[in-house]
Design a protein around this ligand. Structure first.
Ligand SMILES: Cc1cc2nc3c(=O)[nH]c(=O)nc-3n(C[C@H](O)[C@H](O)[C@H](O)COP(=O)(O)OP(=O)(O)OC[C@H]3O[C@@H](n4cnc5c(N)ncnc54)[C@H](O)[C@@H]3O)c2cc1C
Length: 408
């Protein structure tokens, strides 16, 4: 353990040093200073950040949060998305007609930034050290709570905290220990992720082809590289990732197209099973769920982590508002404010991505006509496009201060 927790109760304990848990640790430590004890527990802290070919599209709100907590400038290899093109076609169509195009707004603010997961974790670990967040390379094994504290066990020892934040991922052990159920459905789809090299520059353009089997996203990375998130039925995805390299490349070219020239697969291809899962409650006594522990959604809109970072910003603000007045950071009113703030927004985004996936993963000609009509209308209406862009950036509704780039 890098920082002894001793027997003194902690103000906030965080389970999970993934992107959500680490960002929460930095935000709280920076805002509330050394008099406020924050310790992040995660067995992964004892290892180098894992090699991970996944990338995330960081929307405007999440970027402002990272800027406000001094993480943004530490992230290596950030690629702005300056334009986005959406097409709707069949796999073997010779031409993919474009139905919707977004470009950076008049202020030159990119639509989003592509960041490699590993680079984000490296930057967050540096920021946690600098902000003197307590770090413990061990997992939380048990949880119970009374009126005053969350009690939790780590490596056979018992600890107490005013608030326990569970940022322990989609399979959250703490969510189970707190007996919080989820509303979940597997999609029988998997997202194949790989890094692709290409002969020509991408110019910062992201492309999303809606194909009958699901969405196929091409996301620009630094250099002549892009990341793909390629949705297929799970059995088909397993078959595709097991193909010999030349056959994989042929399947890839069929979807990617040759507009960026010759392609080269730069990483192994991995298939991630996709699901929607939303916790029935985001809180229990002295406990708050954050990030994937609270919700997992379809990645087609690139919103999963962005929603997790909205949780971080909202929870940090709820805690800080109480702690600054010398009040209990895990009091019931802190938790109920957090729950009200985040759960409705999450359900709305979950249903929207679920609806989009159903609408587009479909061969019906009538549905194709309707969705193309819808996309065409949005494309020709600047106000609507602007609304969708702001919604995706997390800048609509009651936006937490950190997402506006303000200090809490
Ligand atoms: C194919 C794909 C593409 C995606 N693309 C995007 C995108 O473009 N944009 C976007 O916003 N989102 C995207 N997402 C979603 C995004 O990857 C996740 O939402 C995000 O990584 C979740 O972060 P997290 O910190 O909540 O959880 P995790 O990254 O799962 O971290 C959980 C941490 O908790 C630790 N842990 C587990 N159990 C315990 C315990 N008992 N005690 C202590 N620690 C514990 C683990 O070791 C881990 O470090 C995508 C997802 C997929 C599958």
């Amino acid at each position: 353990m890098d920082k002894q927790t001793g027997n003194k109760p902690l103000d906030v304990a965080i389970a999970g040093a993934g992107i959500a848990g680490a960002a929460l640790g930095v935000a709280l430590s920076q805002t509330l200073g050394s008099g406020f004890s924050v310790v992040v527990f995660d067995p992964a802290l004892g290892r180098e950040p894992a090699r991970d070919d996944r990338v995330v599209a960081i929307a405007g709100g999440a970027r402002r949060l990272f800027e406000a907590i001094g993480v943004w400038e530490r992230i290596k290899d950030v690629q702005p998305i300056r334009a986005m093109e959406i097409t709707d076609s069949k796999l073997h169509d010779a031409v993919r007609q474009t139905f919707l195009e977004f470009s950076e707004d008049e202020d030159g603010e990119p639509f989003a930034h592509m960041v490699e997961n590993r680079a984000l974790i490296v930057a967050l670990r540096e920021a946690m050290e600098e902000a003197e967040v307590g770090l413990a390379a061990a997992g939380i094994e048990s949880y119970s709570a009374d009126e005053s504290f969350a009690h939790f066990g780590v490596g056979g020892k018992e600890y107490r905290a005013r608030l326990l934040a569970a940022a322990d991922g989609a399979q959250s052990r703490l969510r189970t220990l707190a007996n919080i159920k989820t509303i979940s459905r597997g999609y029988d789809q998997s997202g194949i992720v790989a890094t692709i090299g290409h002969a020509r520059e991408h110019g910062g353009k992201a492309v999303q082809h809606f194909l009958p089997s699901g969405s196929f996203a091409i996301l620009p990375l630094t250099g002549k590289r892009s990341s793909i998130v390629w949705t297929e039925e799970t059995a088909e995805a397993k078959r595709i990732v097991a193909l010999p390299p030349e056959e994989f490349l042929a399947e890839l070219e069929l979807r990617f197209g040759l507009q960026l020239g010759e392609l080269e697969v730069l990483s192994s291809a991995r298939a991630y099973p996709l699901q929607i899962s939303i916790a029935r409650s985001f809180t229990a006594e002295r406990l708050a769920l954050v990030g994937d522990a609270a919700h997992v959604i379809h990645p087609l809109a690139g919103q999963g982590l962005n929603m997790g970072l909205r949780d971080v910003a909202a929870l940090a603000e709820c805690i800080a508002d109480n702690a600054r007045l010398g009040l209990d950071p895990g009091a019931p009113e802190v938790l109920s404010r957090y729950q009200r703030w985040r759960r409705t927004d999450t359900v709305a985004m979950g249903l929207a991505t679920d609806g989009l996936n159903r609408l587009f993963s479909n061969e019906s000609t009538a549905l194709k006509y309707l969705r193309d009509l819808g996309l065409g209308i949005v494309d020709r209406a600047p106000m609507l496009k602007n609304f969708f862009a702001r919604e995706a950036a997390g800048l609509t509704g009651d936006v937490p201060k950190l997402l506006r780039g303000e200090f809490i």
